[in-house]
Design a protein around this ligand. Structure first.
Ligand code: FES
Length: 118
């Protein structure tokens, strides 16, 4: 059985040129993802992942897996995120083959962190 993994979404991310009175794009992305999680992926809302100039920002993590941080996401890209989360969960160590990653994930990986157990 494949274990549950977590998708962290920064709800405080802004984007360049946004209306300061409008809802935060990170909040909108989290709302778009709510209820759309692939099987075995748990959504966790969080504040600032320290990638503020390249938001919106999400992270994928799970036991025995590499952790990945992705940025430069728009609230309209929920499908990109759920696709990446499903592939992350399907990879036992979290290492999704390059050719299977979306173009956005290929170009906007902010960091990857080895598993705690490594
Ligand atoms: S506010 Fe989202 S990474 Fe800092």
């Amino acid at each position: 059985m494949t274990e549950t993994v977590e998708l962290l979404v920064c709800v405080t991310c802004k984007r360049d040129g946004m209306d300061p009175a409008a809802p935060r794009p990170g909040r909108l992305l989290a709302d778009a993802l709510s209820g759309a999680m692939p099987e075995g992926v748990v959504l966790r809302e969080t504040e600032c992942l320290s990638n503020c100039t390249r938001g919106c920002t999400v992270a994928l993590r799970g036991p025995g897996r590499w952790t990945y941080v992705y940025g430069n996401l728009a609230p309209e890209q929920a499908e990109t995120v759920t696709d990446g989360a499903a592939k992350f969960r399907a990879a036992a160590d979290g290492l999704v083959p390059w050719r299977e990653r979306s173009d956005h994930f290929r170009k906007n990986c902010i960091a990857r962190i080895p598993p705690l157990e490594a």
